[in-house]
Ligand binder design. Sequence first.
Ligand code: UDP
Length: 484
Amino acid sequence: AAPPPRPHVVLVASPGAGHLIPMAELARRLVARHGLAATVVTFPDPSAPSAAAPSSVLSSLGAAGVSTAALPAVALDDLPVDAHIETVLLELIGRSIPHLRAMLRDIRSSARLAALVPDFFCSTVLPLAAEPGLPAYIFFPGNLTTLSLMRSAVELNDGAAPGELRDLPADALRLPGGVSLRREDYGDGFRDSKQPVYAHLIEEGRRYRAADGFLVNTFHEIEPGNVEDLKQVVEQGTFPPAYPVGPLVRPSFGEDDVSLACFEWLDRQPAGSVVYVSFGSAGALSAEQTAELAAGLEHSGHRFLWVVRMPSLDGANNNFAAMDNKDDPLAWLPKGFLERTSSRGLAVAAWAPQVRVLSHSATVAFVSHCGWNSTLESVANGVPMIAWPLYAEQGVNATVLSENVGVALRLRARADGLVAREEITAAVRELMDGEEKGRAVRCRARDLQRAAAHACAPGGSSWQMLEEVAGKWKAAALGRQQEQ
Ligand code: UDP
């Protein structure tokens, strides 16, 4: 007889490449290694898609045996034009619930459901698991430190004497695993309770309590202190247990002209000589800061591959509002820069196939905004970083990487906010050639690469966590079937 169909996990990804990419990899592993079937559900992207990335991520899932399903568009035109990106996302997700309910009903009509896994922005989806009595786990694409920051904010807000993070002394927030966070590194969402995004994040965090657990894109050796410590602290608080299941890093996608140009160029560079510079899917620098970075790279004398984005003209350090701007960002580079550096630098507009760039033998350092996916991709390839956090929880990541894990050197801005060219040049030179700090960070990157590979291999710590959770889901699905 044919084997019974596999229990089916429904994963719900909020818009944004940084959310979808690791969730797609989670789905792929659940199917390839842990005996489950999976569907990844997506929302229409409210900001114009930054590149073809998300659709190519989705199309690659079919080959891995993972189904995909897209929710229909919902109206958002009543929101203020300057609404914060988090506010827009949470509204989009909230308004899509009826569509998702119908979709789940459809999937249930032909499959045995095992679990519902919304990502960290989709906790409004959790109650849908209660209707068929499914386990519900939040996928957290960040790390445990960011999760404990979220927990601290929620507990402070809901405590006997309600407060907020910014009331704490500027350098006083101590998180599990020996992380001390400065106030400027909390992330913009938690900076001020008067902003609507703050209330949204607190509500989101409160809803986490309804989940059965978190699947966190991290692994034992990259979190400071140890994961057990962090897990206990999360559990002793008001949040459900957290399972580190990462690093969830997937191969790069797409073979477009930019990819070809990058690889043709990288192939011509000596092994271990190129500094890769990129600020994720939405990071943006001012025009002045872009010029400063250009000068810093030029003066470092090192080879570089720089993914240049349109400068932000309004002072924001992300360009969510201008994602569909089709102007040429290279036109904003300082006059003569491209010509002067043509023998050792390549600047590409907007997007590069990052995972493949990081895994290329020529690439040896990464100037990064410290998005957690970028961080894990760097770690998985043994590439040390220069930390240049811009927005969201990137300051938390930069702190962990530079002060606790020791795999990055952190750039410091001047009092006026600008990261000076001298600072950039010095950091690049230290990371590439430094005999003390630079050497320590380079060695740490190699150690961490080995640890990351081990964590995800069969029998490794992250593999075991996922196997444990998948086992619970399968047992629960079987139990429900027997009751029927
Ligand atoms: N990415 C890429 N090419 C780029 C910029 C980003 O492939 O030019 C990918 C990158 O590899 C990562 C994701 O987009 O997987 C960005 O996620 P991250 O968490 O680093 O940052 P975010 O964009 O969410 O700030």
